[in-house]
Write a protein that binds this ligand. Structure first.
Ligand code: ADP
Length: 246
């Protein structure tokens, strides 16, 4: 089954061709990093995958089926979507933020608590931090709460749009470790939009490079590392992102 793919999709905003005939089949159970300069279409590609944006032409397949734009809520419940800036609800405590969707879905209290316990352990959040409001937490703690909220429903597809861009590099390294741990425990088909080559190489098994709405490279990290031996992967990706080809 194709978990997540886009086929010959294009999307235009006025004069801007945000996506230009993009076809990608995202490997199931893997983290795929989508990197490229600002404005190259990364976020638009992610928004296509949860139906926030509809392509002018082309097909989006999620969970093995063409996306049904008339009935998005059931799909969105199975997708985790996290954007830069976290977007925690300020009037809810950390715990309420994390468990909100599960409560709305009428999960039994025991199931909510069990899942919450698993997530706290994986992300090193403490019980006492759950009763605090977002403004009473550090940026890194808020990020972890955001990660827990995204993972609460055990999404099979995870869409992450520069979720770590706004935090300092030491906290970011720590959160990277937690994301990798979470992914190992519960492998989802994850797309991670980033403009940070190191982040892409550290977290992803598959790497897509985009420029001006087009895909210029889509390779597994091991292929990038093996078949282009002798080239520093960071420099290679940098040159691809700059549009210099290989
Ligand atoms: P990236 O995530 O790589 O920075 P985006 O996907 O956000 O790029 O945007 C790609 C291009 O499409 C940019 O030129 C951006 O200005 C344009 N764009 C994105 N969304 C909209 C929109 N809602 N209306 C008009 N232009 C948009």
């Amino acid at each position: 089954m194709t978990m997540l793919s886009v086929e010959s999709v294009s999307k235009r905003y006025g004069d801007v061709l945000a996506l230009d005939d993009v076809s990608l089949n995202f490997p199931q159970g893997c983290i795929t990093a989508i990197i490229g300069p600002s404005g190259c279409g990364k976020s638009t590609l992610l928004k296509l995958c949860n139906g926030l944006v509809k392509p002018d032409v082309g097909k989006v397949t999620v969970f093995g089926r063409p996306l049904d734009y008339g009935n998005l809520p059931p799909l969105r419940r199975r997708l985790g979507y996290a954007v830069q800036g976290i977007g925690l609800f300020p009037h809810l405590t950390a715990g309420e933020n994390i468990t909100l969707l599960a409560s709305l879905e009428h999960w039994p209290q025991a199931a909510i608590e069990q899942r919450l316990g698993e997530l706290l352990e994986l992300t090193h959040l403490r019980e006492d931090q759950l009763t605090r409001y977002p403004h009473q937490l550090s940026g890194g703690q808020q990020q972890r709460v955001g990660l827990c909220r995204t993972m609460m429903m055990r999404p099979e597809v995870l869409l992450l749009d520069e979720p770590f861009a706004a935090i300092d590099s030491i906290t970011r390294m720590d959160i990277h470790q937690q994301l990798l741990k979470l992914h190992e425990a519960e492998p989802s088909t994850a797309l991670l939009v980033t403009h940070d080559i190191r982040e892409a190489l550290q977290l992803a098994e598959h790497i897509v490079v985009m420029i001006s709405g087009r895909v210029v490279c889509s390779d597994s990290k091991s292929t990038l590392l093996e078949h282009r031996a002798g080239r520093d992967p960071e420099l290679l990706l940098q040159s691809l992102m700059a549009g210099e080809g290989e």
